[in-house]
Design a protein around this ligand. Sequence first.
Ligand SMILES: Cc1cc2nc3c(=O)[nH]c(=O)nc-3n(C[C@H](O)[C@H](O)[C@H](O)COP(=O)(O)O)c2cc1C
Length: 179
Amino acid sequence: MKILTFGASNRKTSINKALARFTATLVPKAEMEVLDLGDYDLPIFSEDLEKEIGHPPAAKAFFEKIGAADALIVSFAEHNGSYSAAYKNLFDWASRIDEKVFQNKPTVFLATSPGPGGAGSVLASAKSSARFFGADLKAAVSVANFYDVFDTETGRIAEASALADLIEAATALALQEVA
Ligand SMILES: Cc1cc2nc3c(=O)[nH]c(=O)nc-3n(C[C@H](O)[C@H](O)[C@H](O)COP(=O)(O)O)c2cc1C
């Protein structure tokens, strides 16, 4: 199973990218590819610009990466209760290729932040709109207090309850394969 993972953030040291990557390691027999949204350089979406330039190559490349995967693990950064501007912009461009950006792929949504809210607001938004955008959502997990539960030396979530939630989510993706 080829799992595409990314943090929905363009921060180089994104904690969401780290969480998505770690969760992919919990899926048995999976191959993972980690995207860095910083590699998808795009102007701010506008319908006027779209009329001029059509679908930019970076949006097509992102859409095609999703299309080539068997499953997705996306972890959402929360900025002021919502998506990071970098992710929202990329998503808006990709949605003009096809509104079903997630292309019916089995998907796990995650979210984390340094605080006790665990980016729960953005995760709730992502969950509520998942089906409109073609995500076959298998599980959604928020991880609170990231720096308290993540071991930066091993790159693993060390806290038992968060780890159990992530194992359950990874198992839901793995079961997809044998179903
Ligand atoms: C503009 C801005 C707004 C933020 N708003 C929130 C917020 O609403 N809720 C939250 O839990 N963290 C918020 N944070 C802190 C982020 O959770 C933190 O920067 C986190 O590292 C972002 O994830 P990333 O490392 O994957 O980019 C905000 C950070 C920035 C820069």
